[in-house]
Design a binder for this molecule. Structure first.
Ligand code: BGC
Length: 721
């Protein structure tokens, strides 16, 4: 039963001084003090732009010390820390908060646990390709068990920013381009992170982000403006955030971007009217890093003080890293510019999540012993392997090159086949390269006959004595994630050259792609006989890839993001509208002169080592829902899993509607030769949409229902609503 802490919150609040209240709204991270005479950020930049090597960076960082601002903590000026994933440090600071501050209010420790803590699972975009909410919940649970053992109470995840633009680097952090998948993924992660009782020591509060529509930034550039009709905002983006709130997420992080001119950080329509009033959320709202101060750069606040005032009034409870609240709120409250009751409301939200996590009763929820036994257990590794295997998407398999025979002699090329640190993806701060198993290592472990060349040296020699050549190409992990937008999403020159050279040997070539976003790979799709999309698969990268390459597991992943043919097509997504002149042969149609309008690989697409066929599709209108059923058969010789997808198109509506919208999906396991029924129930409410005046109106008239194995499915029945 949900406990009610309101009485305790009010009692505590009544004892707090103004400074103590403001302190509760302050989240900071440890500062790094080192033997380098530039700031940490500058040091990071130096590594990224090549002024220092990764090794030099690591060496300097090794000399750095962390400053936890303990005097401020003692004075009650800090309510929360970000980025401390270490039980000893967390407990030491917690002890100061509990024993040495006047009121003994415990600290809240936040951390970015995006796809695993030590047991790094595939990047979210990859994991979403499993189309399996139960798996998403399970990996969330593993992450929570480990992170809480390291002292973490709150994760800044899930990210459910629908992302339709492959140029945006953070495509990697969410469940792709579809709103239903993001909603399901987010809800499952919230359940996994939080468990069934937030007071349990292995439950971690979830913070959905980035509220709202961060993925819709203009030109795919990170942090960029979002100019979006309210109809699209509510139809294509908001349901994913709402699903996380409904699943019980206890925190929300507003996005860096503005929406239609108002930065989310100071957007009271979003933070108060929608989140608090409409959705009834009473958890914690925490800013993105430094976002309050950045309202000055946005051109919405004249200085930090103004930004602090606007943010608090808009409903931002906690300030991550910008120090705007600690520096400015006292004066703002004392001058009456910010009513104290508004401040009190924010403090209550901070105290509430601390009570809900059980921190007042058990401030020390872990210790070094628990931390040492919880990490990277056999069970967690097994789940990471399952997730990695299910995330892999077989894009091409001409002449059944795959699966490889168990005694096949293979030549492997490209640094990504051996670079363990690259397997973790962009957002795995707790990751350790040595925990990862690379493809080359996995081959050695399996006793596979394999020769490896990092850069293509000895290619001809290796090719001559191999049956098949494997190219590990794609993106380094730094090429996706935050602040990693790309204006060109094709395969880089060296990787392309490597693949061309391998093809020129005349041996069969398999490309294994490691990347954090869709890549425009028309040349590969045309000339390479087999392509396996591996993404950044996490600690079990190598074994999972070999499981699929050698056929121990039949691949079942399906893309949750469209693979464009050219960067210029971006944003490209399956749920587009038709226009009045859909692409065709004649000149005056909606198309490009120099690129197709079709993608290379569509949303929902992915091959298996077996084949599936769909039988009769039945679509029926019942009292308040459309009922869909279809039979699906495994027509090949291997057992396999097919993700049956159900799309709708509203043919003549009051606003133009997408050519297809995903309304249901079901993963069906089928033995060779077996047939099963898949069924979907689509409530009318889920077919309704907004008119020009933002009235929600029902779907009326002809509805086309498509069912099949990807978003191009042709099996269709109409129903009149
Ligand atoms: C990111 C957030 C993240 C935060 C804290 C920001 O730069 O946008 O997603 O949670 O940093 O690390």
């Amino acid at each position: 039963m949900k406990k009610n802490y309101e009485e305790r919150i009010r009692t505590l609040l009544s004892k707090m001084t103004l400074e103590e209240k403001i302190g509760q709204l302050q989240q900071c991270g440890p500062s790094l003090v080192g033997a380098f005479d530039v700031s940490f950020d500058e040091l990071l930049n130096m590594m990224f732009d090549g002024r220092i090597t990764r090794e030099e960076f690591d060496r300097l960082m090794g000399t750095a010390e962390q400053d936890f601002h303990e005097d401020d903590l003692r004075a009650g000026k800090i309510g929360s820390y970000n980025g401390i994933g270490d039980s000893a440090a967390a407990n030491r600071l917690q002890k100061i908060a509990v024993e040495e501050t006047r009121l003994g209010i415990p600290l809240l420790f936040g951390y970015d646990v995006i796809h695993g803590f030590r047991t790094v699972t595939p990047i979210p975009l990859a994991e979403s390709c499993a189309w399996e909410p139960k798996l998403w919940e399970k990996t969330g649970r593993v992450a929570a068990k480990e992170a809480t053992a390291a002292g973490v109470h709150l994760t800044f995840a899930p990210m459910v920013d629908v992302a339709k633009d492959a140029r945006w680097g953070r495509v990697s952090e969410g469940a792709g381009e579809d709103v239903l998948l993001n909603a399901d993924y987010g809800a499952a992660k919230v359940k996994g992170f939080q468990g069934d009782d937030l007071t349990k020591e292995d439950a971690m509060a979830a913070c959905l982000k980035h509220f709202a529509a961060y993925g819709a930034g203009e030109a795919g550039r990170d942090y960029n403006r979002v100019d979006l009709s309210v109809q699209r905002l509510w139809e294509e983006y908001m349901p994913a955030y709402k699903a996380c709130i409904d699943a019980g997420a206890r925190a929300v992080m507003p996005a860096f971007n503005d929406i239609n001119g108002v930065p989310c950080t100071v957007n009271s329509r979003l933070l108060r009217d929608v989140l608090r009033e409409k959705w009834g959320f009473n958890g914690l709202v925490i800013s993105d890093s430094n976002a309050i101060a950045e309202c000055v750069s946005h051109g919405i606040a004249k200085d930090k003080r103004d930004a602090a005032k606007q943010a608090l009034l808009a409903g931002m409870d906690m300030d991550m890293s910008s120090n705007s609240y600690v520096e400015c709120l006292k004066e703002l409250v004392e001058s009456g510019e910010v009513p104290e009751r508004v401040l009190d409301g924010a403090v209550e939200n901070v105290l509430r999540i601390k009570f809900e996590l059980g921190l007042f009763d058990h401030p020390y929820q872990t210790n070094e012993e628990r931390e040492s036994v919880c990490m990277l257990t056999e069970e967690s590794r097994a789940i990471a392997r399952e997730a990695a295997v299910k995330s892999l998407v077989l894009l091409k398999n001409e002449n059944h090159i795959l699966p490889l025979k168990s005694d096949a002699k293979i030549g492997i090329f490209g640094s990504l086949a051996a670079d363990k640190g690259q397997m973790t993806g962009a957002w795995a701060i707790g990751a350790r390269p040595e925990d990862c198993v690379s493809m080359v290592e996995a081959c050695q472990e399996r006793g596979i006959s394999c020769q490896y060349s990092e850069d293509g040296k000895d290619m001809l020699k290796i090719a001559a004595s191999s049956d098949v050549l494997i190219a590990a190409v794609g993106e380094m992990k730094e090429e996706s994630g935050e602040a990693a937008s790309r204006a060109d999403i094709t395969l880089n020159r060296e990787h392309l050259a490597l693949v061309r050279d391998l093809l020129a040997t005349g041996k069969p070539v398999v490309v294994v792609l490691f990347n954090g976003r869709p890549l425009a790979i028309p040349e590969l799709a045309e000339h390479v006989p087999a392509i396996l999309e591996a993404w950044h698969p996490g600690v079990e990268a190598g074994p999972a890839i070999l499981d699929v390459l050698f056929g121990d597991v039949n691949p079942s992943g399906k893309l949750t993001t469209t693979f464009p043919a050219a960067t210029g097509q971006c944003p490209m997504y399956y749920a587009h509208i038709n226009t009045g002149r859909p692409g065709g042969k004649s000149k005056f149609t909606s198309k490009y002169l120099d690129a197709p309008v079709e993608p290379v690989y569509p949303f929902g697409y992915g091959l298996s080592y077996t084949t599936f066929a769909y039988g009769e599709l039945k679509v029926e209108k019942k009292e308040d829902a459309v009922w869909v059923s279809v039979s699906v058969s495994n027509t090949g010789e291997r057992d396999g899993e097919e993700t049956v997808q159900c799309y709708v198109q509203h043919v003549a509506a009051k606003r133009v509607r997408p050519v297809r919208q995903l309304k249901g999906y079901e993963k069906v396991g089928l033995k060779a030769g077996e047939t099963k029924e898949a069924g979907f129930m689509i409530p009318f409410a889920e077919l309704s949409y907004y008119d020009w005046d933002m009235n929600k109106i029902p779907c009326e008239g002809v509805l086309r229902v498509y069912v099949g194995g990807d978003s191009r499915a042709e099996l269709m029945e109409e129903v009149v609503l």
